[in-house]
Design a protein around this ligand. Structure first.
Ligand SMILES: Cc1cc2nc3c(=O)[nH]c(=O)nc-3n(C[C@H](O)[C@H](O)[C@H](O)COP(=O)(O)OP(=O)(O)OC[C@H]3O[C@@H](n4cnc5c(N)ncnc54)[C@H](O)[C@@H]3O)c2cc1C
Length: 511
């Protein structure tokens, strides 16, 4: 066996997953087809959950560097700083009740560069120019075959995770079912120079789709039925033909960069694991980029899987831990496919959709409805269903935790304000409780796998104490002024960390 885990694909999800595995004490190897990182600017940002996941590992500041420029750029390209649903730009990017829970604007190549630097700092090997073409698995291991410029090579690992994007080779080789709905539209977009930009009608809906254009950029959402099956990189001719179908005008594109073509094909694997082969990110789910949700989904797949797979490999996983990855992440993916299908329906050409859009647009002016859309697109409505959660459990159990501000007791007994992310850089379980709280003694048997943070106060009206998993999911919580359910906390620790080590004294909590 060469490695613990082979991660196929050094896109954002593969890099994040490998880092999580490394932090959790196992050895990943990344195999990547491309010799150099892809320059294509697909995503222009990450949603709030993904940004919080990156903040938890200390990467927030590296990503925040270009925020003002990117905000102006987004406003120029989309005609609004607001987020959109089906290109109705009304969603407040900073919800009033949780203003800190917002995404970050960062172009995908910049995000990948930050993650590649982080992976290098963690000592993770990335073999570029390795195209995986075959896998075989048995009860003990998986063998991966890759084609390289120097010939064929084979590597063996305990597990393989396909983070190889929407056309995933691993998904196909391992025989995952990938049901879903075929595309209604093909979108084409690029930064362009056009000889006759004045010929274009204003951005908006047309009889065959939607046209979006601004200084030096054009995007066409083409619902015409008679399109050829697209293949290869987007060409000027193809873009011009699509503009003609959608906007009814002829334009001449003289230069073109940053091209992309995508559809609203919406598919998801039925399970994220087949034996020793797992999938994460676009390899497990594809959908239209409307609403900018792919990375919010894929990066949270990675952080959900990392610590679980590492525990399995270290032989410390309680029964069912690895399969809780599918149980938790499949519904999150299905919810995104669902809302992207709704967005496609709301973008269909025709007077009936025009009428429906007007109504949805009016509804979005109602603050509660606006908040509903924001939480849905940001993934903030995600709540994992844990096996031990009683019917009236604390409302934060199963949710991903924001970067809380706490008042913590330092080693010399002083009180200091600190963000939760200060304590999560290395990816531990965190027990956030006041010093001397009975939960600390109750968790003594897990102290070798748990960081106790003595928080005298938490700046959240629903929290006085919490147990937080490495992926940020709240495993247990207690509300101010309510009895603290220590038995439930111990059940949570058993569920996620397994049996306690032999009893030992609680020891002092150290910040
Ligand atoms: C135009 C556009 C705009 C988008 N905008 C947003 C947005 O604003 N916000 C958002 O969150 N998402 C957005 N997305 C979606 C986002 O880009 C994807 O969800 C994201 O790239 C998924 O990351 P990934 O790591 O799963 O896959 P990828 O980024 O596709 O990475 C997969 C990697 O695997 C490698 N690979 C593939 N096959 C093999 C093989 N056989 N062997 C070895 N390596 C292999 C590839 O070379 C690649 O490096 C957008 C997508 C598009 C197309």
């Amino acid at each position: 066996m060469h490695e613990d885990v082979i991660v196929v694909g050094a896109g954002p999800v593969g890099l994040m997953l490998a880092a999580e595995l490394r932090l959790a004490g196992v050895s990943p190897l990344i195999l990547e087809r491309l010799a150099e990182p892809a320059p294509q600017r697909k995503s222009r940002g990450v949603g709030p959950l993904a940004f919080e996941a990156l903040q938890r590992r200390g990467l927030g500041e590296r990503l925040a560097a270009h925020q003002p420029e990117r905000t102006a750029e987004k406003a120029r390209d989309h005609g609004s700083e607001k987020n959109h649903f089906a290109w109705i730009h009304k969603i407040d990017p900073s919800p009033r009740d949780e203003p800190d829970r917002r995404g970050a604007l960062v172009w995908q190549p910049d995000l990948e560069a930050v993650l590649a630097e982080y992976a290098a700092e963690l000592g993770i090997p990335v073999l570029r120019g390795h195209t995986v073409t075959a896998i075989t698995q048995d009860d003990a291991a998986v063998t991966v075959t890759a084609e390289t410029a120097g010939g064929r090579c084979e590597r063996t690992a305990a597990y393989v995770v396909g983070c190889d994007g929407g056309r995933s080779t691993i998904r196909k080789l391992a025989g995952f079912d990938f049901p879903g709905t075929p595309p209604l539209m093909t979108a084409r977009q690029a930064r362009v120079e056009i000889t006759d930009p004045d010929a274009l009608p204003p951005s908006g809906r047309t009889a065959a789709g939607m046209l979006i254009h601004g200084p030096g950029m054009i995007g066409v959402f083409d619902f015409s039925p008679d399109q050829e099956e697209p293949h290869g990189p987007l060409t000027r001719e193809e873009l011009q033909a699509s503009v003609r179908r959608v906007a009814g005008v002829d334009v001449t594109v003289t230069a073109m960069t940053d091209t992309s073509r995508f559809t609203d094909n919406a598919r998801q694997v039925t399970t994220y694991r087949k034996g020793r082969v797992l999938l994460a990110g676009d390899a497990a789910h594809v959908h239209s980029p409307n609403g900018g949700q792919g990375l919010n989904l894929g990066l949270i797949d990675a952080v959900n899987l990392g610590w679980k797979l590492a525990a399995e490999i270290r032989g410390q996983a309680p029964p069912g831990l690895l399969d809780s990855y599918t149980a938790e992440r499949h519904p999150a993916g299905a919810a995104v496919l669902h809302n992207t299908r709704a967005q496609s329906a709301l973008m269909l050409p025709g007077p009936h959709t025009d009428a429906l859009r007007d109504i949805v647009s009016d509804l979005m002016d109602i603050p509660e409805v606006n908040r509903y859309f924001g939480r849905m697109l940001g993934g903030l409505a995600t709540r994992y269903s844990f096996p031990y959660t009683p019917p009236h459990a604390h409302p934060l159990i199963g949710r991903l935790c924001p970067d809380l501000t706490c008042v913590v007791t330092t080693g010399d007994g002083e009180l200091r304000s600190a963000r939760l992310s200060r304590f999560t850089i290395t990816g531990p379980f965190v027990l956030l409780v006041p010093a001397g709280h009975p939960a600390i003694a109750a968790a003594a048997g897990w102290r070798d796998r748990l960081k106790v943070v003595p928080a005298a106060a938490i700046d959240h009206d629903q929290l006085s104490a919490a147990l937080i998993r490495p992926d940020g999911a709240v495993a247990w919580a207690s509300a101010p002024g309510r009895p603290c359910d220590i038995a439930l906390m111990r059940t949570a620790l058993h569920t996620w960390l397994g049996a306690p080590a032999a009893s030992r004294p609680p020891g002092a909590a150290v910040v």
